[in-house]
Design a protein around this ligand. Sequence first.
Ligand SMILES: [Zn+2]
Length: 230
Amino acid sequence: MAGSATPLTPGGLVVVQPLRRKRCAGCRRGPLPLLVLEDGVPRCLDCADLGHLVFLPRGDTALTRRAREESALSAVVVRFNRRRGRYERQGLLVEQEALGRAEARCLADAEARRRRRARDARRRAVEDERFAAAFAAEIVRLYPGCPAERARRMAAHASARGSGRVGRSAAGRALSESAVISAVVAAVRHEDTPYDRLLMSGVPRYEARRRIAAAVAGVLREWEEMTGVG
Ligand SMILES: [Zn+2]
């Protein structure tokens, strides 16, 4: 063995990945990829009655825990780290059937999580749709002349999840009048005025807003007065 001390872990069998070439003291087979130390003497897994176990590398915590739970017989696989001067866990030897059951349990969990995510996504979509509809209704209430389709589009845009837009803000969620007006003003600015073109041509934002202010006010006035269409 590379390490002088026997790698002991409390309450469990330990199997070693040897750093140097070792032969089994019982059947003389070797070099051994894995061995068990019995009274300081290396034995192969078959001679140690562990030959039927399969190796599960470390890394998947849930699978490891479950495989150990499912397996009547299991062993921790360790390797000596010369630099650190200690044995380090490489994985687990477990019964084949136990590993299968553990994998099935993990898969069932993953499936349950997937279904829950899908359910949550559907619920959010319904909420978003309701909210956008309420938002659109509020737009039409404040601006009866605004075409219904346009109101729907503005509401959907303002309330898009993850957009950080006014519809997602607290005031927007509460459908405060100022939040709704802000969303409408923003939409009119971009769609009904040369605002975007001004910005692209290097006009500073405040100056661009000043130039289009009359056009925005004109559209809003029209929408406030006219009877809704569409
Ligand atoms: Zn042997």
